[in-house]
Design a protein around this ligand. Structure first.
Ligand SMILES: NC(=O)c1ccc[n+]([C@@H]2O[C@H](COP(=O)([O-])OP(=O)(O)OC[C@H]3O[C@@H](n4cnc5c(N)ncnc54)[C@H](OP(=O)(O)O)[C@@H]3O)[C@@H](O)[C@H]2O)c1
Length: 238
């Protein structure tokens, strides 16, 4: 049986992806910081699922996550780098701590995750790394500067890694979601940004399950097929 690690699995896209992958026959290690939520989801999912409390911005936590996954399930076939935060604000507001947190989680968190799983994938000449970027990597909007920078940063990392891994049989995919109904926006504090976004994003968002389906599609391809990039947005999103 194949095994996947899903980071940011305590809510939203990550939770839906963990559920979908268990349904499609994967063993899944769920990772995030909110242990209580992970515990409840894993209890529901049964034997095929386990969790490891993880802060993706900690290299030690990510190394421990990989080790715990191998101990429990034997190997790591897929890593879904999904954990992310989006406390966007106008640059003039100078919310430097939020900038640092976004860089730590969205950018460093992805790199640390890759670093923790890659050696055993290269050794086995098998594996798949999926990185959840965002349409904000390609289309910026006022207040998205740092978030967009992290999401276009992971796109560059992902595409470079894909090229480096062609000789090693490891596939790498970037997924760019448009608007999805999750908790992501709850960290936005700036009222003017919330009002601006309310006006600009006045279309029906996707369900997290729509993104989980796209992850399952990418993982379901035969070994000779690498889906490099996939953009999934609501039909109504301009
Ligand atoms: N929703 C959208 O419209 C949308 C659009 C494009 C891209 N995305 C991307 O999709 C991904 C998932 O977000 P979502 O929309 O599903 O939002 P969400 O419901 O807020 O989920 C975010 C997940 O990331 C985890 N997380 C945050 N900081 C973490 C940390 N330091 N260490 C470990 N886990 C951490 C959270 O868990 P804990 O708090 O328990 O740690 C949570 O499970 C993000 O990368 C986001 O940028 C979302």
């Amino acid at each position: 049986m194949r095994t996947a690690i899903v980071t940011g699995a305590s809510s939203g896209i990550g939770e839906a992806t963990a559920r979908k992958l268990v349904e499609t026959g994967y063993n899944v290690m769920l990772a995030a910081r909110r242990k209580d939520r992970l515990e409840t989801i894993v209890e529901e999912l049964g034997e095929q699922a386990a969790f490891h409390a993880t802060d993706v911005s900690s290299r030690d936590d990510q190394d421990a996550l990989a080790a715990a996954t191998i101990k429990r399930f034997g190997q790591i076939d897929a890593l879904i780098c999904n954990a992310g935060i989006m406390p966007v604000s106008l640059i003039e507001k100078g919310d430097v701590e939020d900038w640092d947190r976004m860089i730590d989680v969205n950018l460093r968190g992805v790199l640390y995750g890759i670093n923790a799983v890659l050696p055993q994938m290269v050794e086995r000449k098998d594996g798949h790394i999926i990185i959840i970027s965002s349409i904000a990597a390609l289309q910026t909007f006022p207040s998205s500067a740092v978030y967009s920078a992290t999401k276009s940063g992971v796109r560059s990392m992902s595409d470079t890694l894909r090229k480096e891994m062609t000789a090693h049989g490891v596939r790498v995919t970037t997924i760019f979601p448009g608007g999805v109904k999750t908790e992501l926006g709850t960290s936005i504090k700036d009222q003017s940004v919330l009002e601006m976004m309310g006006g600009a994003f006045n279309f029906e968002f996707l369900e997290p399950e729509n993104l989980a389906d796209s992850v399952a599609y990418v993982l379901g391809q035969p070994p000779s097929v690498c889906v490099g990039e996939l953009m999934i947005r609501p039909t109504g999103q301009p």
